[in-house]
Each structure stands twice: as C-alpha cells, then as structure tokens.
Design a protein around this ligand. Structure first.
Ligand code: FAD
Length: 438
C-alpha cells in the first residue's frame, strides 16, 4: 500500500474500506450461485482511478514489478462477477477516462470510460446514433460493454459485438513496460468480451448509424405463440427499421410495475422500438397475427421517461426479481427452425418454474430467437437440471452463473489464451476468469 502511494499520483490511489468494497463488486447477485460464491469475497487491497493513459501504464507497470493482480472495471454493471478481484490486488477503475475524443461521419472515437447513454445523446445531436447498446446504457461504459457485454438494443439490426460493432481499440499490455497496441479487424476478437484478461482497453472506436426517430410500443397478443410469430415476421421485414423486438410471456409483463396502467392482463406483450414512420406497417403486421398495438411512446418523447426498452434484456430479470426475489435467469439461444417446438417442450416440463421472453437478434447476418428465460430458483442442482434439459432439446445455454469465460460460452477463448500468454506473461490481469495453460 505504502509503496503504491509513493509511486503513483496520490489523487488516483484509494485505500479506504468503503471505496475498496464498493468497487470490488458488480451485479453478480442476479445469480444466486455467484452470490453464494462471491458475496463474502475479500475486497481489493487498493483501488486506482487513473485519469489518462500514462497513469494506466504506470499502474500496470507497478503491478507487474510487484506481481500484483490488476482487475479493471468500468461501471461495474456486469452480471457474472467479471469485475470482482478474485485474488485481491489492484482494482483499476477507468470511469474517469470519459472523454468523447471524436465524432465523425459513421464513427465515434472514445475513451473507454464514456457512458453509452452519453455517447448516444451526443451522436444524436449531430444526426447519428450508436448501433447497439445494453439495457444498462445509462450507467455502462463503452470499455465495459466491449470487454464484458455481448449485444442489446439495436442487435436485431446490427448484430452483436462481434458483427463489426467495434472498429478499433487501443490496448495496454501487462508487462514491465506496458505496450500500447492499436488493434483492428479480426484481431479485435482477442479483446471483445475478454473480461479484461488479455489487455486493458483505453480507447475504442465504434461505428455510428444515421439518426432514426424511434417510437416505442407494446403490441399485445392472446397467446405467446402469436407474439413469437409476429416477432419473427417483423424481424424478417427489411423495410421496417427496428431496434428492439422482445416478446414476453404472461405473467412477465405483470412485473413491469411502472407500466401497470398500460399492461393488458393475461396477454403476451411484444416490446418494440421501431422507426416512427413505419408504425402503420407494424400495426398491420400485428393485426395479421391477431394482435394490436396497445401502448405507444411517440418519438418526440423518446427517453424522456422510463421507456419500453427499460423492461427488456436483463432488465426483465431485474423487474422479475423486484416482484419475487427468488427469480433468476438463464441465457439461451433457440433454433430458428424449431423454436416453437422447443418453447412447448420447456413449458410442458417446467410450467410456472420458467417464464420466457425473447429478444430477437441478428447474428452473423441471420435472425435468431435469443432468450433470457426467467427461472424460479429452487436449488443449484435444479438449475443445472433445467440447463441440461434445455441443451438436450437443442437450446444452447450460455451459462450466466459462472465467472469463468470458458464456461460462459461467448467469444473465442482459444485464441484469447494465446493472446493472454503474450500480453500478460505473469497472468496478472483479472486472474481466475480465463482458464489456460501459462
Ligand atoms: P464492467 O461491469 O465494469 O466490466 C465488465 C467486464 O469488462 C469486467 O470483466 C471488466 O474487468 C472488464 N472491463 C471493463 N472495462 C474494461 C477496459 N477498459 N478494458 C478491459 N476490460 C475492461 N449486457 C449486455 O451485453 N446486453 C444487455 O442488454 C445487458 N443488460 C443488462 C441489464 C441489467 C439490469 C444488468 C445489471 C446488466 C446487463 N448487462 C447487459 C451486463 C452489463 O451491464 C453490460 O455488459 C455493460 O455494458 C457492462 O459495462 P460496465 O461499464 O458496467 O462494465
């Protein structure tokens, strides 16, 4: 402690218990499994909050010299304990590096700590917007999203992080003299969703799209199946610009307390964000599947109050947990050609133990029924039994109840392991999050 305080600028080093505790946690408590494993974990020994790249490099060099682990964090909104320093050491909080460096035609160059909501607001002021963002965009940083997230609102049109949604990244390595690397193209896959294990991202360039006037709406259907069929048809409809198509099985909509007045009891709800001028087309499409739009937030009120998208992605789990703290969730990829069959099987077997909502996405160019099922938690054994059953009927599960990258099942861990050995020869970056041979 003493040495780090002597060697680094005083203003960036924090050793008080409250700061260390607070910045050694993330939102892992959405998982009862991770909560059990992590809630009593010892906090980091020191928190460093650098203001620029030079200070980042100084912290990394210090850690390397003294063999101290460094766990980086943005806003700490990740769900898998990704930002928890399992072996103590230094937490490197990059939230003060929050400058928008440049917004040009079709791109934004950003320091890693800028919040996604801030970027989108600025981009929209000059006729552009970000393409994909998590439902936590108000808090989450762009560096944390690239390093710990996957996709979100916008992914129905633009895919996930691996689909060209990162153009360039500046990476620092964990060596005696940390190198500053500028990464582009396919090489970015070693850093996307890396949990800060293969390098520290200080700057990132993301693509922007032309600004669209988005309306938010809720379409209601008698059955979940109708809502899913409508979702698929809308996902396929290229003439309609959209950011979000999220069908929700009843009773999930009943958890959306702030929307209590507009939720239709007993009905499936599809949460939508679509270009405002396409509303008549969307209403016609909904009608052709037996539904119709019951609630609308016009584009002129976009993001002025709580919106439709604030109940989707993992925010759905949040609202479910507020109603019933025994709820948790899974992450699941259903099959495009048989998702209705897969849904039926899961509902037949688990009934009220598993409730389904989907966020339609486009990934590698193909539309895909992506789901974050809500699960009433009974025990870890039961949870893994449900996971096994889903996999046995061809539903791919990306386990959100583990902090180990290799087990969560996103990204390309194989080539990350090589990069890890190169960039972090002492294995000090967020140890425990990636399993590899040194
Ligand atoms: P953090 O949690 O601080 O960090 C995430 C990971 O990246 C950690 O492992 C950390 O070590 C690493 N990291 C952070 N900054 C850097 C850096 N500069 N360089 C290298 N590594 C770094 N995620 C989605 O993808 N889509 C969603 O729709 C979504 N919805 C969510 C809803 C709720 C209610 C909650 C609680 C979470 C949700 N998440 C979602 C997860 C999370 O909010 C996002 O992935 C978010 O973008 C993480 O950003 P952050 O700044 O909070 O990152």
């Amino acid at each position: 402690e003493k040495e780090i305080q002597e060697q680094l600028a005083k203003e960036i080093v924090f050793v008080d218990g409250e700061t260390r505790e607070k910045l050694s946690k993330d939102y892992y408590w959405y998982s009862p499994v991770l909560n059990r494993q992590l809630q009593h974990m010892k906090a980091a020994d020191v928190v460093a909050i650098p203001r620029n790249e030079t200070e980042v490099a100084e912290v990394l060099a210090f850690g390397y010299r003294h063999n101290i682990p460094v766990t980086v964090r943005g806003a700490g909104t990740g769900n898998y304990g990704q930002a928890v320093p399992l072996q103590g050491g230094i937490v490197l909080d990059l939230s003060l590096m929050d400058e928008i460096l440049e917004i040009g035609p079709g791109f934004a160059r950003l320091q890693c700590g800028v919040r996604l909501g801030v970027i989108d607001k600025k981009a929209r002021e000059v006729g552009q917007e970000i393409r994909i963002y998590p439902s936590t965009y108000v808090k989450a940083t762009v560096g944390g999203f690239v390093s710990g997230g996957s996709g979100g609102i916008g992914s129905i049109t633009h895919g996930n992080l691996w689909d060209g949604n990162v153009l360039e990244a500046v990476i620092y390595t964990m060596e005696e003299s940390p190198q500053r690397l500028v990464i582009q193209g396919r090489d970015l896959f070693d850093y996307i969703h890396n949990y800060g294990t293969t390098g520290i991202l200080t700057e990132v360039t993301i693509p922007l799209s032309p600004r669209t006037e988005w309306a938010q709406a809720i379409a209601n259907f008698d059955t979940f199946e109708q809502s899913m069929r409508f979702g698929e048809a809308l996902a396929r409809e290229e003439a309609i610009l959209k950011r979000l198509i999220a069908p929700m099985e009843w009773p999930i909509p009943s958890y959306f307390v702030p929307f209590a007045k507009v939720i239709k009891s007993g009905m499936a709800a599809v949460m939508l964000e679509i270009a405002e001028e396409t509303l008549p087309l969307v209403e016609a499409l909904a009608q052709s599947y037996g539904g119709h739009i019951g609630h609308l937030i016009e584009a002129k009120n976009y993001r002025k109050t709580i919106g439709v998208s604030d109940f989707t992605w993992n925010h759905t789990t949040l609202w479910a947990m507020k109603t019933d703290p025994s709820m948790t969730y899974l992450q699941a990829g259903f099959k495009l050609d048989s998702y209705l069959e897969q849904i039926r099987k899961i509902k037949d077997k688990y009934g009220e133990e598993v409730y389904l909502h989907f966020e339609w996405v486009r990934s590698g160019g193909e539309i895909s029924p992506n789901s974050l099922p809500i699960v009433r938690f009974e025990s870890e054994e039961r949870l893994y039994e449900i996971i096994q059953y889903c996999e046995s009927i061809g539903v791919k599960i990306f386990d959100p109840h583990t902090w180990v990258l290799d087990h969560g099942g996103r990204g390309e861990v194989g080539s990350m392991e090589r990069k890890k050995r190169e960039n972090d020869p002492r294995g000090l970056l967020n140890p425990g999050k990636i399993i590899y041979e040194m």
